[in-house]
Design a protein. Structure first.
Length: 248
């Protein structure tokens, strides 16, 4: 597998969509889920949570298919937990495509997935997520970040931006969830470089060390997304019925 600094690594693809949009898509067939995924999905007490889980796992297959130029039915998805050593949960991977990394995330009503060569991680949160308390701020942010966010007009919104970035870093293997305060992202821009249509939807691209970082604020979905990858990230829509997709 290419390293995070390998310039030959293929570009990464990311897709963000509403849970209902994914489940209504013709390629999102729940029969693609593995027996383990079906068991996990059945354990959810709330149907909305089950739907988010299913949509995220199907979107990961769709996203990987976009990168590999195959249909989602040709993408087998598995997971392995590095902490307990068990399969069926933890970091997702593609057994049939070991050189391709995959990541997925979900929050109520919104799902996201990314696939790429080398390293990739994605996270999504609702922009209206409840405010973080002082304890969480101290655990999640470095001293520089705390001071930086304290100078913002909307500290909670800026905290959420860094939180999503750091969760993506964890999924990419660049950070430890128990030591987020040790990862200092204060050198990265907190706001957008450009806006779409003058509204609250924006895309921002940046770098952290050798990693490419794509930040998205999606007004339609009410969500914040970050993608971390060893290669440039192409943000794609769900494939059209004809199989095409557009990128940003």
């Amino acid at each position: 597998m290419p390293s995070s600094t390998d310039s030959r690594a293929p570009a990464a693809v990311a897709v963000v969509a509403g849970t209902d949009e994914v489940l209504a898509h013709r390629a999102a067939d729940e029969r693609l889920l593995s027996p383990v995924e079906r068991v996990r999905a059945a354990r959810f007490r709330r149907d909305s949570a089950r739907r988010d889980f299913v949509a995220a796992h199907l979107l990961a297959r769709i996203c990987a298919g976009l990168l590999l130029d195959v249909g989602p039915s040709a993408v087998a998805l598995a997971q392995h937990c590095g902490d307990c050593g068990q399969d069926g949960h933890g970091k997702p991977y593609l057994p049939g495509h070991p050189a391709t990394a995959v990541s997925m995330a979900h929050t109520p009503g919104v799902v996201a997935a990314a696939a790429g060569g080398g390293t990739v991680g994605i996270d999504v949160e609702l922009a209206a997520r409840r405010p973080a308390g002082p304890d969480l701020l101290a655990r999640a942010l470095s001293g520089n970040e705390l001071r930086q966010i304290g100078r913002q007009d909307d500290p909670q919104a800026m905290f959420l931006r860094q939180w999503v970035r750091k969760e993506a870093m964890v999924k990419a293997g660049r950070a430890d969830l128990g030591a987020l305060h040790e990862l200092d992202l204060s050198g990265m821009r907190l706001g957008p470089r450009r806006r779409s249509g003058g509204d609250a939807t924006w895309v921002q691209r940046g770098r952290f060390e050798a990693l490419h970082v794509l930040d998205l604020a999606d007004e339609r979905l009410g969500a914040l997304v970050s993608v971390v990858s060893s290669a440039p990230v192409h943000l794609s829509a769900l494939p059209s019925p004809a199989g095409a997709a557009h990128s940003l």
